[in-house]
Structure formats: C-alpha cells, structure tokens
Design a protein around this ligand. Structure first.
Ligand code: KG4
Ligand code: ZN
Length: 351
C-alpha cells in the first residue's frame, strides 16, 4: 500500500511516496531557507506564498520519482497540525483537492507524530534498526522540544514525559547564532564553530539541569549569551565566537542528553530515539549515545533526511493511520496546536 504525503507546516515544502512498511519510494523537499535568510528568521506570510508556488511541482516530482500516478496510491496524507496556520493551509487545501479529484481518502497527520515515527522509515542508506515498543523519543527541533514515551503509534498511546517551558532548543540555536552575527539557520553554523572552540573559556550555566526537573528551559541560556555579547561586543573575532558556541552547545546538549536518558531509566525503557532537526547536532548525538550506552540503552539516531522536516514521515504516519482504518473528512482543519501536547511551549495546559 502506497501513500502520498504532503508537508508544509513551516519552511519546507515536501511531498513523498512511502509504503506501509516505511520504504521511501520518493522524498522531495523544497527548502525556503533562502527566502527567510535575509530576515534572520521565518516570515510566515512569505512561507505561505512560497508553499503555494511550490506545492504543485513538488507533488508532481514525488509521484514521478516514485514512478506512480495518483491512482496508484491508497490515500493522501497531509500535515494539518501543528505549525504556521497559513503555511499548513496550503498543504491541506492541496491534499483535499488531490484526494477529491482522485477519489482517495484524506488522512490528516500531526507533524509531531511524523517526527516520532520517522525512525521506521527505510531509505536504504543510514537506516537504523526499528525500535522496540515502548521506546522513548527526544524530539528536538526549531519549533518543539519534548520527550515522549511511545507505547504504540497512536496519539492515545503516546505520553509526553517532559517539555521545554519556553523556547525550543533549535530556536535557541538560531537566536544565539543571530546574536553572534552568524546568520540563519543557526544550528549548523554553531555546530561547526563549536567544534573549533573551547567550552571551558566561557562560563554559561545550564538552566533547569536539576535531576528532579523533568521539563526544560532554553530561553535563559539565550539571555546569558545576549548579556555576554552586550558586554564583550560581537566583533571579538572567531576564537571567542567559537568558544561561546562551544559553551552554549555543551550546556544545551548536556541537559538534553541527561533528561532523555533519565526519562528512559525512569520508564524502564531500553530504546532511545532522536528526532527533529537538532538531532543533526554532532555533540548531541555523541552525548546521548555515550550516556545512553553507559546506562544500558540502545540509542537510535535516524539518518539526517528523516530527522529534518520531510514529507516521507508524514506519508508513513498517514499509512499507519490508514492501516488502523482511520481517515478524515473534508472538514479537516489546519491548526497551530499539536494533539500530543501536555505542556505547551508558552503557557501550560492549553490545547
Ligand atoms: O526539524 P526541523 O528541520 O524543523 C522544525 O520543525 O523546526 O529543525 C530545524 C532546526 C533549526 O532550529 C536548526 O537551527 C536546527 O534544527 N539544526 C541544528 C543543526 N542542524 C539543524 N541545531 C543544532 N545543530 C545542528 N547541526
Ligand atoms: Zn519538524
């Protein structure tokens, strides 16, 4: 069974064809980085317009690379939450049009569910063994940072074990890079510079690092960097910038690694999975793997193409829903909130 997936929740327009075993037949991603780079962050209106320009060509390309037509897919899956509503709407409307025209079921997918299941994708390169259920997943991206226990691939069998109370970790990487004049997106640049710096040269404290705190916080460390830059000035040259990147990255990745492994210990779960764009961070991969293995866990880090935003994970999560006998009606709406959230990023308890 093949499913066409469409993703447009943020700054990537994606379309992919995946089968119900997770085998990726095609995965097309059009990045908007160049559209937003001059502004140092994502401009929602520009994101919507760019999705609108690209969703058609990206879908055609995904079908053509997979060598299939719309009549060959069993359903059309689309990210309908959470994300920028104007951006989500473009994908949702495109999916509705295609599903209606082709007479196929429309399957709404929670973007976070896509990230949580992306470890099951089979790309033929860099694949990791599928985790055993239950597993614990650290989902760490530009928009979300949370730890989940996954007992089954259904929203009612997924529990949030801790989340950031303010900024997402990726957002902190991006803001710190901006403060240091390193451009957008910041994560990859900070990662690269940190490798040349010495964390011991800069004193930054890791917020909410206490063992008892299950939640996380990344806005405080960003403020520490802002104060440092205000004191020292941006133009101190590369050795200093590299040291700040190293200290920031060490503080953030230490907390993330410790929290996810402690959560897995507490839950008595063996397999630990990383997901989201920040899972590309080499220091984070190293720390989680080192700490996890020392405590008897198996740490699974999917290939980068599965960690960053993509439509293959949406198609697969859609295939899982379809196999469970679920799909949606034409009243499917785009909404900024996830169905999986216990604590929201800014304010608790809202849905
Ligand atoms: O999952 P993703 O592609 O999009 C969202 O759903 O947010 O994640 C993008 C985020 C950005 O904040 C980016 O700076 C961060 O992932 N990122 C990294 C690295 N590569 C991307 N953060 C730290 N180190 C990296 N190597
Ligand atoms: Zn994402």
């Amino acid at each position: 069974m093949l499913v066409l997936g469409i993703e447009s929740s943020c700054d990537e327009t994606g379309a992919a064809v995946v089968d119900d075993a997770g085998v990726v037949r095609s995965d097309v991603v059009h990045s908007q980085v160049e559209v937003h780079a001059p502004y140092g962050g994502i401009v929602p209106e520009l994101a919507s317009r760019d999705h609108l320009r690209n969703v058609g060509p990206v879908v055609r390309e995904a079908l053509s690379r997979a060598g299939v037509g719309l009549s060959d897919v069993a359903g059309i899956a689309v990210t309908h939450r959470p994300g920028l509503v104007g951006a989500l709407l473009v994908g949702v409307q495109a999916a509705k049009g295609l599903a209606w025209a082709a007479g196929k079921p429309l399957i709404g997918v929670d973007h976070l569910m896509g990230h949580l299941l992306s470890v099951y994708l089979r790309r033929g390169e860099g694949d990791v063994p599928p985790p055993e259920l239950p597993f614990v997943c650290l989902l760490v991206s530009g928009g979300h940072t949370a730890i989940y226990r996954v007992d089954a691939p259904r929203p009612d069998a997924i529990h949030e074990l801790g989340a950031t109370r303010d900024d997402a970790a990726g957002e902190a990487f991006d803001k710190v890079a901006k403060l240091l004049g390193l451009g957008y997106p910041g994560g990859p640049v900070v990662d690269r510079l940190a490798a040349r710096g010495d964390a011991a040269h800069v004193a930054l404290s890791a917020p909410m690092a206490a063992r008892t705190a299950r939640d996380m916080s990344f806005s405080g460390i960003k403020t520490q960097v802002a104060q440092l830059v205000a004191r020292e000035g941006q133009g101190k040259g590369e050795p200093w910038t590299a040291d700040v990147c190293a200290a920031f990255q060490a503080a953030v990745t230490t907390v993330l690694a410790r929290k996810v492994i402690e959560a897995a210990d507490r839950e008595g779960v063996r397999d630990v999975v990383l997901g989201g764009g920040v899972a590309a961070n080499r220091e984070l991969r190293r720390r989680v793997t080192e700490l996890g293995e020392a405590r008897g866990h198996r740490v699974l880090v999917p290939p980068l193409a599965s960690c960053t935003d993509n439509a293959a994970m949406i198609a697969y999560a859609g295939a899982v829903r379809l196999a469970q006998g679920e799909h949606d009606g034409w009243d499917l709406v785009a909404t900024s909130r996830t169905a999986l959230e216990r604590l929201t990023r800014k304010g608790r308890g809202r849905r």
